[in-house]
Write a new protein. Structure first.
Length: 180
């Protein structure tokens, strides 16, 4: 009978060892999974940040100052900042409105804003636009939208009738549509 108990103890010890090995593997896989999740989250945040920066980025110099011999997609704008050169490649993300130009040339965030303003029955404020473009009505989102609205006014896409009240731009030519 003593050998049966010894055999059971040996099997129990082996099973315990296997459980400990599997637990160690599980802990290692959990650690690797957490690192992968963190990497994924960093990439998501980076993509969103880059998208926001590109949507709001303005060139350091006017487009006319760029070498006209290069294609527009490869225009380079260079400026010095604190002794370091900063290179921006691209064109205005929000171009100046010109006759015949439609809102589909705008980045999606700006296009959504122009569409909401065009659909509004009258002048509209940034805090009214934010929920209509799917953003939470937080101070930061309202200020970011107000900044985009001001840029759209500067570039001729919208008018600001009174401080903070935005409307579709009154076009300079008689045959241009009032919006887009």
């Amino acid at each position: 009978m003593g050998s049966l108990f010894e055999e059971l103890e040996a099997r129990e010890a082996a099973a315990r060892g296997r459980v400990e090995e599997l637990e160690a593997e599980l802990a290692e896989l959990s650690r690797r999974l957490e690192l992968a999740r963190e990497g994924l989250e960093r990439l998501r945040i980076t993509r969103e940040t880059v998208t926001e920066v590109l949507a709001e980025m303005e060139p350091e110099m006017p487009v006319a100052a760029v070498d006209a011999g290069q294609p527009r997609s490869a225009e380079r704008v260079v400026s010095a900042y604190a002794g370091a050169a900063r290179q921006v490649i691209g064109v205005l993300t929000v171009p100046n409105w010109q006759p015949g130009m439609l809102a589909d040339v705008l980045p999606s965030a700006y296009r959504d804003i122009v569409e909401v303003v065009a659909d509004a029955p009258g002048p509209i404020r940034a805090k009214q636009i934010v929920p209509r473009i799917g953003l939470p009505a937080e101070a930061g989102k309202i200020e970011g939208t107000r900044s985009k609205l001001k840029r759209l006014v500067e570039r001729g896409w919208l008018d600001e009738e009174a401080p903070g009240l935005f409307t579709p731009a009154r076009r300079r030519t008689a045959d241009s549509p009032n919006s887009r």
